[in-house]
Design a protein around this ligand. Structure first.
Ligand SMILES: *[C@@H]1O[C@H](CO)[C@@H](O)[C@H](O)[C@H]1NC(C)=O
Ligand SMILES: *[C@@H]1O[C@H](CO)[C@@H](O)[C@H](O)[C@H]1NC(C)=O
Ligand SMILES: *[C@@H]1O[C@H](CO)[C@@H](O)[C@H](O)[C@H]1NC(C)=O
Ligand SMILES: *[C@@H]1O[C@H](CO)[C@@H](O)[C@H](O)[C@H]1NC(C)=O
Length: 212
């Protein structure tokens, strides 16, 4: 009995230890904190652009070795990513920067930001570009398995009228997570949340079973 509840409370503390439970939102938070520390504007977290960042990742079809030297054609934004997300074609704005990273092990968003995505002067210049007004991040998440991709797209669009999703939500995008929705998702914490709740439920049922 005690053991069961001890394990259950451990799981609970693991679960509540997360921040938003969406690694893509956490990545945007880390990025904005880094910009505002330098007195640069905080960027609007646009879910339509975030969904497109996740689509951008999907274009690699899991091929991490291509993340360095290949990139999707510019036409894919309008022809593939936007329709897959349900972004209104007329609301597409210019993409002013992109960051992409991939690795075989899953790390926390803050670590992916500072160790994977921002790794040289070029990526730093993209991060600090004053022309960006909004941002969207996609993370392949833990539900699709390794390798783990991280993508950030920047735009100079007007936040209220660019990358518009009718009803504010993208069509189903799993596996993976995108920013701007505040939805919990299968990242490091989200993955444990999903798995943890299942185990927790089972443990609690076992606990109740004993109690009855
Ligand atoms: C912003 O990120 C860069 C790259 O990771 C890092 O070198 C810098 O120290 C960060 N700045 C702050 C204020 O955290
Ligand atoms: C990055 O920029 C800094 C400051 O402008 C410069 O001192 C450094 O040599 C640059 N590093 C590389 C790898 O270009
Ligand atoms: C910002 O936008 C202006 C106008 O399009 C362009 O000339 C300039 O090169 C951009 N700056 C950066 C850092 O991309
Ligand atoms: C997400 O949460 C933040 C902080 O609570 C809030 O400012 C933002 O408006 C929320 N975004 C959405 C799309 O609900």
């Amino acid at each position: 009995m005690e053991l069961v509840f001890f394990v259950a409370s451990l799981l609970l503390s693991t679960v509540s230890g997360g921040t938003t439970g969406n690694p893509a939102d956490e990545l945007v938070a880390a990025l904005n904190a880094n910009r505002t520390a330098l007195k640069l504007a905080s960027l609007h977290d646009n879910p339509g652009l975030g969904c497109m960042a996740l689509q951008y990742i999907k274009a690699y079809q899991g091929r991490c070795d291509e993340a360095n030297d290949k990139k999707p054609a510019d036409a894919d934004f309008a022809q593939t990513f936007a329709p897959n997300c349900g972004v209104e074609p007329s609301s597409l704005a210019q993409v002013t920067g992109r960051l992409l990273g991939c690795q075989s092990s899953y790390v926390h968003a803050t670590e992916a930001f500072s160790n994977l995505l921002i790794h040289n002067n070029k990526s730093l210049a993209i991060l600090y570009n004053k022309n960006h007004t909004e941002v969207g991040a996609g993370v392949s998440g833990t539900d699709g398995g390794a390798p783990y991709f991280w993508c950030v797209l920047f735009s100079n669009g007007a936040s209220s009228s660019s990358f518009v999703l009718p009803g504010g939500v993208a069509s189903k995008q799993r596996p993976g997570c995108y920013s701007g929705t505040n939805e919990t998702c299968s990242g490091a914490m989200g993955g444990r949340l999903g798995g943890g709740v299942g185990i927790l439920g089972l443990l609690l049922m076992v606990g109740f079973g004993f109690a009855l």
